[in-house]
Ligand binder design. Structure first.
Ligand code: C2O
Ligand code: CU
Ligand code: CU
Length: 416
């Protein structure tokens, strides 16, 4: 038989109404009718083609966050799917297994569009990861964390830079849901899909979570921890062994920054478990020497009254960095927002980078894997290193606190 060499998805972007809070009807924007878009499952080496039809009355752009794709398929902010039209995105999936995320990226609108629901999971797997025998199938759970501000009538209130008032936490679109789990190992794919919030997660006050992957895929080795901190757009895949708890135990995953519950696990009886967490996951490739060092400075500009990157607001027609294909670069990311003291994070399209150090201190075990988003606290300097391989063209990098990026905290690099 001749097998097709691509998986094909058709997604229609349209408004819908969802019950996010019990008994309330909330108007949302959707990929395909449900508040969180369909989960796309992909395998390294096999293409995915997504036909996106936009029925909204405004332009959209779909970006596959964390993916290594040609510029024409990256969802550049001004490369819009116009209302009433269909656009085909093709993803080559020539990268290692990772928890990816697709979301809107329309110029100035991504913050509101994502907040109202235009995003979904894209789970990429590969044979090497499969052979590790991590928990899979029904024991591999994507968990999307967001926050929201609801009006009394159930509608979502979106006001730019109003994150302090988005005080309802949602987990896969519901407030603090529960999940019955068997007494065995699970893989939990944690994604901070909020616009602005930092989540600091603990299971029942500090039970062991074994982190196995970061944004761009497997860590070199499992990193056991009691706390997972994720800034906006960061991912952490953790394995939890629920066989350590007697049936009937209830374990709450909470955000310790707000004290709010995120997800409750109700442990049921033990079941047979063939999964494991090997002591070696994916050894990190040696870092090639960098030929260019660049500075990326986040600052508050008093004259513009807004946050900038290297002193400027986003201009989609201006190329900020020109990068030679094949080159390896170190970017020094500075957050100089003192005395205002606002955290930011940096997301770079096209590549996965390695975090080298924070204020000169080498990155910890959880940051040893491939990353595409890194938090930068006020006063901090973080160095990351990336190699820009095959694709040419224009891409963006930005603060992934989306209210910030939508207000212009974004810039363009061009690979030549
Ligand atoms: Cu999550 Cu510019 O992207
Ligand atoms: Cu991205
Ligand atoms: Cu920011």
């Amino acid at each position: 038989a001749v097998l097709p060499d691509a998986d094909v998805y058709r997604v229609t972007t349209r408004p819908a109404v969802a019950e996010l809070l019990p008994g309330l009807q909330t108007p949302v924007l959707t990929y395909g009718g449900s508040y969180i878009g369909p989960t796309i499952r992909a395998t390294t080496g096999r293409r995915v083609i997504v036909h996106h039809t936009n029925t909204l009355d405004m332009g959209t752009a779909v970006h596959l966050h964390g993916a290594h794709v040609p510029a024409a398929h990256d969802g550049f902010p001004t490369d819009l799917i116009n209302p009433g039209t269909t656009r085909t995105y093709e993803y080559p999936n020539r990268q290692a297994a990772a928890t990816l995320w697709y979301h809107d990226h329309a110029h100035h609108m991504e913050a509101e569009h994502v907040y109202r629901g235009l995003h979904g999971f894209y789970l990429l797997e590969d044979p090497a990861e499969r052979s590790l025998k991590l928990p899979k199938g029904a024991y591999d759970i994507p968990i999307m964390l967001t926050d929201a501000r609801f009006a009394d009538d159930g509608s979502l209130v979106f006001i730019m830079d109003d994150s302090g008032n988005r005080t309802t936490l949602l987990t896969n679109g519901r407030p603090a849901p529960y999940l019955p789990v068997a007494g065995r190992r699970y893989r939990l794919r944690l994604l901070n899909a909020s616009n602005m919030r930092v989540f600091r997660l603990q299971l029942a006050g500090g039970e062991e979570l074994v982190q196995v992957a970061s944004d761009g895929g497997l860590l070199p080795a499992p990193a056991p921890t009691g706390t997972i901190t994720l800034s906006a757009a960061e991912r952490a895949d953790v394995v939890v062994d629920f066989s350590r708890y007697p049936a009937g135990t209830r374990l709450v995953l909470s955000d310790t920054l707000t004290g709010l519950p995120v997800l409750r696990f109700d442990v049921e009886g033990r079941v047979r478990d063939d999964s494991r967490v090997p002591s070696v996951l994916r050894p990190a490739a040696p870092l090639p020497p960098a030929t260019t060092v660049r500075d990326v400075t986040f600052a508050y500009d008093f004259a513009l009254g807004w946050f900038t990157i290297n002193g400027r607001l986003f201009d989609p027609d201006r190329v900020d960095f020109t990068i030679n294909r094949g080159s390896t670069e170190i970017w020094r990311i500075h957050n100089s927002t003192s005395p205002i003291g606002v955290p930011h994070n940096l997301h770079v399209h096209l590549v996965q980078f390695r975090v080298l150090d924070r204020n000169g201190v080498p990155a910890g075990p959880a940051e040893q894997g491939p990353k595409d988003t890194v938090s930068v606290a006020p006063g901090e300097t973080v160095r990351v290193q990336a190699t820009f391989t095959d694709h040419l063209g224009r891409y963006v990098f930005h603060c992934h606190q989306l209210d910030h990026s939508s207000m212009g905290m974004m810039a363009v690099f061009e690979v030549v």
